[in-house]
Ligand binder design. Sequence first.
Ligand code: MN
Ligand code: MN
Length: 488
Amino acid sequence: MAKKTEEIKSEGQLLSEKLCFDIKNCWDTAAAKDIKDAEKFAEDYKIFLNRGKTEREFVAAALELLKKKGFIDIETILDKGSKGERLKPGARVYQNIRGKSLVFAVIGKAPASGGVNILGAHVDSPRIDLKTNPLYENTGFALFDTHYYGGIKHYQWTTIPLALHGVVIGRDGKRRDVCIGEDEGDPVFTVTDLLPHLAREQMQKKASEFIDGEELDVLAGSRPYQDKKAKDRVKLNLLNILYEKYGIVEEDFAGAEFELVPAHQARDLGLDRSMIGAYGHDDRCCAYAALYAVLDIVSETEPPKKTAVCILTDKEEVGSMGNTGAQSRVFENFIAYLCLKTEAPYSEIALRRALEGSSMLSADVNAAYDPNFDSVYDKKTASYFGKGLVLSKYTGRGGKFGGSEANAEFCQKVQSILNKHRVRWQYGNLGKVDQGGGGTIAQHVANLGVDVLDCGVPVLSMHSPFEVISKIDLYVTYKGYGAFLRDA
Ligand code: MN
Ligand code: MN
């Protein structure tokens, strides 16, 4: 049988192959085995995402995995300073930062003062928090007064089922975990909206105004407590239900952390099941990919060349402030602990050298090109579904203000590693110049002297109750993070 003759390429075609950056669709380029693995990875991710709908829940689920894989709490070996137990290559440690952030590492063969490789993602997502005195009664309804968390379009959070997740420390000092609305038989909550018939005035308002922040109060009950002598009986009835189930009294709300999140589960999206629709992809898809990239390092026979570190932080959506956010010294402290336990003797200079010599991928999502909203994107630098890992050289808004920019040397280093490992990557800048912008944790870690590049999964409908990602991009991102930890 005659062999099919290959088409002869013209000189121009060959030149184009040599010079032009050809961003291909990963569904086309991936091997059948990789596609199968990507589908399995997506299945497990959905389960994890349904378990980890708040920063605390995500950290708890990640901790459980780490402990199973032999990670130990670094605080248990800090007591004896540099004299106590030493961490040898291959050792695994974590630090649980108030249950809301998590740092962990696999010790490498090279000393930490020569620099470590870091993956940094955030595990908080936009949502609706309860105020400190939230429960009130009005015209036979009981409602929760709220204050939204992070950058949301208020109107998107009305008329959807919401679940209440909370942590309450009672007067007895005991912690009570509340979760209402996730089980099939649970009741849910909702923010109501006006019927169109009465919304003529509302519909004239700007989208940023027609549901005001104070109008995001949540419908919580309507049935009075059965004692007509009592006051505010609907509210009283709810307090009684909470007391009976969780032992909570009204005063406990003052310091509690209550978060309302969409009650729906992560689902396959599209007839071809190529995508996942869920609450909280930003930034738990990158956090999940980073977590598993580190766990892969653990299962290798050899310890990594450099220490592999992963930080999963809280409070990114409100500026990374506070003692669980990326601006906190706690993450720097963890690197100091690594130096203390691997270098002898420990010195402040060793820590500073470690930070200056370190490399980080700021693992955060990117706004994917959306065909419904063409006008806000620069198509040449936008990220697209199916095209793989997104590299964002810089963040910030008009004039690159307030962002972080990776230098040319570091960008090339990361690109080369990805190319070597055949990890498909694409550009991703946040919309047109002067059209908006944003930031990540990159700038805060870069301030410590670390080389940082933003790098993650493209997302549609970011910060909405139902964000969308592509399964293949999630998998390629996870592979890219692994390549970085091995070779940076
Ligand atoms: Mn993010
Ligand atoms: Mn975000």
